[in-house]
Design a protein around this ligand. Structure first.
Ligand SMILES: CC(C)(COP(=O)(O)OP(=O)(O)OC[C@H]1O[C@@H](n2cnc3c(N)ncnc32)[C@H](O)[C@@H]1OP(=O)(O)O)[C@@H](O)C(=O)NCCC(=O)NCCS
Length: 380
């Protein structure tokens, strides 16, 4: 019997088993290996969260200090990689660079590629440790600045700010940056993670899987939304313009970036924490211009959607760009920051996929024709 229906966008389809992350969309809760996101953000460094994702357990203090040292030791980029970054077209988006460079990292590094759950990526950690340096280097080169070497006395987040700006962030900024990475580290079978698992299921390498995932994250329905949110805020400019702007956008059937989620039917718990960071930084830097516009957008948008009987809430991307702006980061780097954080989750999923692998190969509901007659004469 012919197949008649399918789940568009695989909505609601369970595509595999995983112990890594639970997204409780109904109640707005998120867990990495069973630990609540609020606890992870409050109590763990991004490095500890990465350990948890890659090993499935919290580290002992000795394991954590060894793992942290290993990640920090691997931050530095080799000269050939820096040359490639220097030569990369400056008008390209940093996500395009990032996607390209991941496979160069594989080529220039003493890396034993194994298509197994014990692949030595967990030892080298390059795709996680080196992405901040890649992003910072590209930003600096295309602005005519020199490369800043990483420091091993700073957290992953604080070191990124150091390599980007060449000044050491104060402890609060460094901590907020690191915690933002934890918020973005993992989110179950979203488009980019699923992409990584699909590529891994063919027995491809970690590097190829992560490079494909970066391409998937770039889109504005996924990680690219954070950059678009800031464009919207700048366009709206002040609180009074928010309601007419949203009404005009909705009339044109435009999506409001940073709002809505396939799984969350409540406010994204990451957005709740991100909003708190934004409040902290807005008062610290005496600049609440983005915060007030975002709060007004949220209020107006939610009212409009509730009138239509469709409650829709902010997702993680809604506040993150404003947080990064206050940390002095340009908007073209917002999505790359998402990628450098999510690399931990991607690698965890690639390794998990290999434990009990089965090639992903769904079917299509064919709606085309068959047995078409070949034209007797050439077509002009
Ligand atoms: C994330 C997203 C793709 C999830 O979409 P989804 O699960 O496919 O949900 P749908 O697009 O089917 O949304 C259901 C309804 O709500 C509306 N809706 C959802 N998100 C919306 C948004 N951000 N702005 C305006 N309307 C939205 C849809 O238009 C749809 O209305 P309809 O039933 O009249 O067609 C979607 O919410 C979106 O595009 N958000 C903006 C991009 C974004 O922030 N992405 C980052 C996600 S972490």
């Amino acid at each position: 019997m012919a197949e008649k229906s399918y789940a568009k966008g695989l909505e609601g389809v369970i595509a595999g088993e995983s112990k890594i992350c639970k997204v409780d969309g109904e109640n707005g809760r998120l867990y990495y290996y069973g630990y609540r996101i609020a606890d992870l953000v409050e109590k763990a460094s991004f490095e500890e969260v990465t350990y948890l994702l890659l090993y499935g357990k919290l580290p002992t203090s000795r394991e954590l200090s060894e793992f942290t040292a290993r990640m920090r030791k691997n931050r530095e980029l080799k000269p050939p990689i820096l040359n490639i970054i220097k030569e990369f077209p400056r008008s390209s988006h940093p996500m395009e660079l990032l996607q390209t460079i991941v496979n160069f990292l594989s080529g220039y590094i003493d890396h034993k590629i194994e298509h197994s759950p014990t692949c030595n990526c967990r030892q080298t950690l390059h795709q996680i440790a080196q992405l901040p340096a890649v992003i910072a280097a590209f930003h600096r080169f295309r602005n005519g600045l020199n490369y800043i070497s990483p420091r091993d006395d700073l957290s992953h987040g604080a070191n990124f700010l150091w390599q980007l700006k060449g000044t050491e962030p104060d402890s609060e900024d460094g901590e907020i940056m690191d915690k933002c990475l934890t918020l973005h580290a993992e989110h179950s079978f979203n488009a980019s993670t699923f992409t990584a698992r699909v590529v891994a299921s063919t027995l491809s390498t970690c590097y190829c899987s992560i490079s494909a995932a970066i391409g998937s994250l770039f889109g504005s329905l996924h990680g690219g939304a954070n950059e678009k949110v800031i464009t919207m805020v700048e366009d709206i400019d002040n609180v009074e313009n928010a309601a007419p702007w949203i009404d005009a956008a909705l009339a044109k059937k435009q999506k409001i970036m940073g709002m809505g989620h396939r799984v969350y039917k409540a406010k994204d718990p990451r957005a709740v924490i991100m909003e708190r960071f934004l409040q902290t930084l807005s008062s610290k830097y005496n600049d609440n211009s983005k915060l007030v516009v975002l709060e007004e957008i949220e209020k107006v948008f939610r009212e409009r959607m509730e009138e239509k009987g469709k409650p829709i809430y902010p997702n993680v991307d809604f506040f993150s760009g404003a947080v990064y702006s206050l940390l002095g980061i340009p908007s073209s780097l917002f999505t790359p920051i998402f990628a450098m954080a999510r690399a931990s989750g991607w690698l965890a999923h690639i390794l998990e996929q290999r434990v009990d692998n089965r090639l992903f190969r769904p079917k299509a509901l064919y709606t085309g024709e068959v047995d078409r007659p070949w034209p007797a004469e050439s077509i002009d």
